[in-house]
Design a protein around this ligand. Structure first.
Ligand code: GCO
Ligand code: MG
Length: 403
């Protein structure tokens, strides 16, 4: 028994907003969990403070599965990004505590390492194909084995994935949503050109990825997948919205380009059909938005039965706590595929000191007990919350499109 005696949230903005949960037990051990939901941060913060923390006090921090079930079933209102991010934060913090008490890095508690380190992909973006590929070449130079390519589309302002700051891409950049313009036709012409030029310039010994960000219909996605086949992309991500999982049947009928989806999923029910019917190749559900390590392990176990591998979301709006949790998870499961790795800014790294390290295109969570990541509360207090939104997209006729 290790009784929970206190818990609190910490909201900080070292360049972007992060919400952290800290749980303390009677012997003074504490654990940290990420509760960040981009653009809706304070909803999760309030959910934790008002509705979860009071129920945690006095419980045994070691009963991770029971607390998970208690928060999930006990809420009555199941699933949804706010609830599942709050549960995820508790789950991460409890696994952190268990690791610290055991004196073991979390991956050891999850069954031990299945691989020596975790292959990650970085983000290369630019206004033009040339600029994107110059950035991609710089990633390759740093040892990256996999790179996501996003490039500006001629005739379209403000393409998804293209930022002002080439090094630290941050889409949530204004205190009210910025409006961008979208043209499916222009985009569908541009992406195959990008991949053709990429293979000519970068060769074939590097994995290339692309994120469609839910912007195509299933048949348009099928066409893009087919057009990219000659360039052998590692995956085409979020090619069409997945609320209707059957959408992917149509995409699958038309292309052999591997499909990845799921960064906005919250639970196993969001991907049940996708996995069971083998409509995807990579599931991108992630620790913070899909109910924590406890639930993500269930998703991965289910996916393994159908030859679906993982490719966890790892954008900068997931704090280093989520990155650490993902790395322990990635190291320990048999059907790991790839891990997204968008580097955090030095300000964020200073607020969240961490044990994970990058070498030669691979990440390792390190050997510190628990998650191996902490929060410097004094530094965090120096960066107060600042409202920030993701952009929205409209078609050329003004109608709203998926961003
Ligand atoms: C990715 C994502 C991000 C998201 C962001 C939203 O693949 O990394 O699509 O860029 O837009 O995480 O919060
Ligand atoms: Mg994405």
């Amino acid at each position: 028994m290790s009784k929970i005696i206190a818990a609190k949230t910490i909201v900080t903005c070292p360049g972007r907003n992060f919400v952290t949960l800290k749980i303390v037990t009677e012997d003074g051990t504490y654990g940290v969990g990420d509760a960040t939901l981009n653009g809706r941060e304070l909803a999760v913060e309030a959910y934790l403070t008002e509705h979860v923390i009071p129920c945690l006090i006095g419980r045994d921090a070691h009963t991770i599965e029971d607390i998970w079930q208690y928060l999930y079933k006990g809420a009555y209102w199941r699933r949804g990004p706010v609830t599942m991010s709050a549960i995820a934060a508790v789950d991460m913090a409890l696994w952190d505590i268990k690791g610290k008490v055991a004196g073991l890095p979390l991956y050891q508690l999850l069954g031990g390492a299945c691989r020596s380190s975790v292959m990650v992909y970085g983000h290369a973006n630019g206004e033009t194909i040339d600029e994107t590929l110059t950035n991609a070449a710089a990633y390759a130079q740093q040892g990256y084995k996999a790179i996501r390519l996003q490039s500006g589309v001629p005739g379209m302002k403000g393409t998804y994935g293209v930022s002002k700051d080439k090094f630290f891409y941050e889409p949530a950049d204004s205190d009210l949503p910025k409006e961008t313009i979208w043209s499916t036709e222009k985009y569908l012409r541009a992406v195959p050109e990008l991949f053709k030029a990429a293979r000519e310039r970068l060769g074939w010994d590097i994995h290339l990825l692309h994120d469609v960000h839910h912007r195509l219909t299933p048949i348009e996605a099928g066409r893009l997948g087919k057009d990219l086949e000659p360039y052998r992309p590692f995956w085409m991500e979020d090619c069409t919205p997945a609320e209707n999982q059957e959408n992917f049947r149509l995409v699958r009928q038309h292309t052999t380009t591997p499909l990845a989806v799921g960064e906005v999923f919250n639970s196993i029910w969001d991907c049940k059909t996708l996995i069971q019917e083998q409509l995807i190749d990579y599931i991108r559900a992630t620790v913070v938005h899909a109910g924590g390590i406890t639930h993500l392990r269930k998703i991965a176990g289910f996916a393994d039965l159908y030859n679906v591998r993982t490719g966890c979301h790892g954008a900068t709006d997931l704090s280093p706590i989520s990155m650490a949790a993902a790395l322990h998870f990635d190291l320990s499961i048999p059907n790991f595929g790839i891990q997204e790795y968008m580097r955090h800014t030095p300000e964020t790294d200073a607020v969240f000191p961490h044990a994970y390290t990058f070498e030669d295109g691979m990440l390792h969570p390190g050997e510190a007990p628990g998650l191996g990541v902490d929060i410097d509360e004094t530094l965090a207090a120096g960066h107060p919350y600042k409202r920030a939104y993701l952009p929205v997209a409209r078609r050329e006729d003004g109608a709203m499109h998926d961003w």
